[in-house]
Design a protein around this ligand. Structure first.
Ligand SMILES: [Zn+2]
Length: 229
């Protein structure tokens, strides 16, 4: 169910959600910076540019959300104290972004699409302003903003405030530090589009498991950090 963006904006601000988040791999984040927009998975695929495969891709296609752009109300890495499955680059936006979305209407999930099987529309999506006011809560992973019918491309204009980048504290086979490699790639991508967004090295909460997560799977580490993959 689509809801006027003003209603979504008001509900989020009421709950103290003044920042929105989008996590992705270094390679895909570079594409976003070059195009000054968040792009849907479908759009990135159609353009024939690189993107990191995600386990939810088949599901997204099945549910018709492959051309939609997603944003989280929460920094999942920080809250869950683990690496974000979508990638080590976190874009942090001013919530104002949604007020300026040119679609004018936004969808908000109640459940992550990975849990949609057997659920009704009402269980999958927030229905209206009152539903948002009653049930949206800060820090709930399942509640995602979905920009549909935006042509798969959401310009973020001046609303991208900063980029938080994970440091896996590891080096490639050529002995290149993954964090430095990622910073270099993101800065190069910004130079193409005259952006100068601050990049912060993520400071983890005590007990964060991200370092273990990045050590579990070398192939995935490369997929997430190598700007060329
Ligand atoms: Zn961490």
């Amino acid at each position: 169910m689509d809801i006027p963006s003003k209603h979504v904006f008001d509900a989020l601000m009421d709950k103290g959600i003044d920042e929105l988040h989008h996590a992705n791999s270094v390679a895909t984040a570079c594409q976003f910076l070059r195009s000054r927009s968040l792009l849907s998975r479908g759009t990135v695929e159609r353009l024939g540019i690189t993107q990191t495969p995600q386990s939810s891709d088949d599901l997204d296609k099945r549910y018709g959300i492959w051309f939609d752009v997603f944003a989280d109300s929460v920094d999942i890495h920080n809250r869950a104290r683990r690496a974000n499955a979508y990638g080590p680059v976190l874009f942090v936006f001013n919530t104002e972004l949604i007020n300026r979305s040119y679609t004018g209407r936004i969808w908000v999930t109640k459940l992550n699409p990975t849990k949609w099987s057997g659920k009704s529309e009402k269980q999958r999506w927030f229905q209206d302003k009152k539903d948002l006011e009653d049930n949206i809560t800060k820090g709930t992973f399942d509640q995602m903003l979905v920009f549909r019918h935006c042509g798969g491309e959401l310009p973020f204009k001046k609303f991208l405030k900063r980029i938080v980048l994970d440091d896996p504290q590891r080096t490639s086979e050529e002995d290149v530090d993954f964090y430095s490699m990622a910073v270099g790639a993101l800065k190069l991508a910004m130079s193409y589009s005259n952006l100068d967004i601050p990049i912060e090295r993520r400071v983890c909460r005590l007990g964060c498991k991200c370092n273990d997560n990045y050590g579990e799977d070398d192939e995935r580490l490369y997929m997430m950090f190598d700007p060329k993959i």
